[in-house]
Design a protein around this ligand. Structure first.
Ligand code: GRF
Length: 194
């Protein structure tokens, strides 16, 4: 943090709109962070191109090249420590974090999830909310523990589901909130307000 910026790593497996929102805020100087690296577990994930376009390093690994989770996580931890990464933000990383990463970054891994946890954890949270016919859902940012979307909740924001909504329109509303909320929570976290 020698330049006054907190070094962060973003982990993502997919399209990377949250990665992009965080990285753009940081690059514009609105977030006191430097996104040192994108960690990606999928060779062809679109998020990789987003990182390259923004000049952010990519650490891409193939889980099947390792015998077990502890092996690739140990390599990730070594790389993160070399890059002086202090905080990890999961943004659509489709994998449970294991004990190797959790121990190395205890209390310093956060995740964003497209529902009001503890409702609708896991995959397809937006579709789950539609199918349950609930009137509200939302976005949660939480600290990561060994469970699936179970760690302590940091912040939540509500989205009302209109009768005209389908999964696609609801997803769009949720993502708009995510792109504002995640950088804001990261900022509060690095400024010690959380
Ligand atoms: C987001 O909706 C996030 O809440 C969930 O995964 C999705 C990732 O989307 N954990 P994107 O790749 O950031 O566009």
């Amino acid at each position: 943090m020698s330049n006054g910026l907190t070094n962060i790593a973003v982990f993502a497996s997919g399209s990377g709109s949250n990665f992009e929102a965080i990285a753009e805020e940081a690059l514009a100087g609105r977030l006191p962070c430097q996104v040192k690296v994108l960690v990606c577990d999928r060779e062809h994930a679109p998020v990789k191109e987003k990182a390259q376009a923004l000049g952010i390093s990519v650490f891409c690994f193939r889980p099947r090249d390792y015998e077990q989770k502890a092996d690739f996580e140990a390599e990730i931890v070594r790389m993160l420590q070399e890059a002086d990464v202090e905080l990890i933000a999961l943004a659509g990383y489709m994998r449970l974090v294991g004990s190797t990463l959790l121990k190395a970054y205890e209390g310093r891994i956060m995740n964003i999830h497209p529902s009001l946890l503890p409702a609708f954890p896991g995959k397809d949270a937006v579709e789950q909310a539609m199918e349950a016919n609930v009137k509200v859902t939302g976005v949660t940012v939480h600290l990561v523990d060994e469970g699936m979307d179970t760690g302590p909740i940091i912040e939540q924001e509500v989205v009302r589901i209109q009768t005209t909504d389908d999964a696609q329109s609801l997803q769009k509303k949720i993502q708009q909130i995510e792109h504002r909320l995640y950088p804001a929570v990261i900022q509060q976290f690095v400024e010690g307000e959380i």
